[in-house]
Design a protein around this ligand. Structure first.
Ligand SMILES: NC(=O)c1ccc[n+]([C@@H]2O[C@H](COP(=O)([O-])OP(=O)(O)OC[C@H]3O[C@@H](n4cnc5c(N)ncnc54)[C@H](OP(=O)(O)O)[C@@H]3O)[C@@H](O)[C@H]2O)c1
Length: 340
């Protein structure tokens, strides 16, 4: 349709971006261009088969972004701190003066600046949505200064405000809450069958979550691969200038485990481990990054609760209707978790 609007989606093959693709594909008023570094990957081909215009672009290459953003009415930008960290680790970078997580943050910041600079040049752009996170150093008043996967994203949103006023006037910020998928997919976070001397307990299959996070602090929980699209659609349709903390439930870790128990019908428990005894397998830079991050959530709020610009989903004009955490966990394959 000639009068369709165009949304360009970075990270279209990933959790957040794929959800944005799914949502906008369902709306005949929009056509979708999905960006990837590798259009011949299985995920990229699957997007093409569903009617997505797949275009090659790399956030390290601003000219590829300028071409890929052409004619966009809306752009969704997400960056991948952990992917960058993993790639740098493989190249055995970070053994010099700078720790690897700082290098990863600086790379992520440059990639986001590339996307922002390219978007600022798109003549007909109406809405720019940046996936970002809160500024830990700022909202903790410099108490925690090593949570780079948050802070460099926050610096990117500040960069738009400082350097690209015209783009800033079209921008809304999307802060994704904690991914529920992490707690069923990641070896460091997913539950295990309880290690107990009591054989009946093992047979009973108690699901034991182990954490260093405070168990009774309210946190934003999102199913990024399902909820990002509905939130981004609301942000595209509403007036710009929003700074959304996006979640399907605002709940404690203990409540999240309770939702897992109800959904899985498996006795589930949360074991809180002292920080000193946990994550010893992590390199020191990441242990500090994770420890400071969890302390920040506890003391200053995941979203930086003193940030007066924060908007919660219920404050949107058209808050999306999302499933619950329990509904999410009902879809989880328990045998996969317990055999891991
Ligand atoms: N886990 C959590 O609880 C949580 C919470 C909030 C925010 N986050 C943030 O979420 C981000 C990751 O987002 P996600 O989970 O949606 O992504 P993801 O599923 O890990 O996938 C990464 C996406 O980024 C694309 N990508 C990576 N490097 C690229 C580059 N140089 N140029 C173009 N595209 C590139 C990949 O595309 P191709 O491979 O196809 O090129 C892929 O689509 C991280 O920065 C993390 O900090 C995580």
């Amino acid at each position: 349709m000639a009068d369709q609007k165009l949304i360009v989606v970075l990270g279209a093959t990933g959790n957040q971006g794929s959800s944005v693709v799914d949502t906008f594909l369902k709306d005949a008023a929009w056509r979708v261009r999905g960006l990837t570094r590798n259009p011949s990957s299985a995920k990229a081909k699957a997007l093409s088969a569903r009617g997505v215009e797949v275009v090659q672009a790399d956030m390290d290459d601003v000219s590829s972004l300028s071409v890929a953003f052409r004619d966009a009415n809306a752009i969704f930008v997400v960056s991948d701190f952990w992917g960058i960290y993993g790639a740098l680790a493989q190249q055995e970078k970070g053994t010099g003066e700078k720790p690897l997580n700082l290098l990863a943050g600086e790379t992520e910041f440059q990639q986001l600046k590339n996307a922002i600079d390219a978007a600022s040049q798109v003549p007909g752009l109406e809405r720019f949505i940046l996936s970002t996170l809160s500024n830990v150093a700022k909202w903790s008043r410099e108490k925690y200064t090593h949570v780079y996967h948050f802070d460099f994203k926050a610096r990117a949103s500040a960069y738009i405000e400082d350097k690209h006023q015209e783009l800033w006037a079209k921008t809304s910020l999307f802060q994704a809450g904690l991914f529920l998928s992490t707690f069923v997919d990641s070896p460091s976070f997913m539950p295990r069958k309880a290690k107990s001397a009591d054989i009946s307990q093992i047979a009973d299959g108690t699901a034991q979550f182990t954490t260093t996070m405070a168990p009774d602090v309210k946190l934003p929980w999102i199913a990024a691969e399902e909820d990002t699209g509905p939130f981004v659609k609301a942000l595209v349709q509403e007036e710009p200038g929003k700074n959304l903390i996006a979640y399907r439930e605002w709940a404690t870790l203990r409540e999240m485990v309770g939702a897992f128990q109800s959904a899985s019908k498996t006795k589930s428990e949360l074991v809180v481990v002292p920080r000193d005894e946990a994550n010893e397998f992590l390199p020191p830079d990441l242990k500090l990054e994770i420890d400071e991050g969890f302390l920040y959530f506890e003391e200053f709020g995941y979203e930086g609760r003193d940030d007066a610009t924060i908007v919660h989903p219920s404050q949107l004009k058209t808050p999306p209707e999302l499933d619950t955490m329990e509904q999410y966990f009902r879809k989880v394959d328990l045998s996969r978790i317990f055999s891991a």
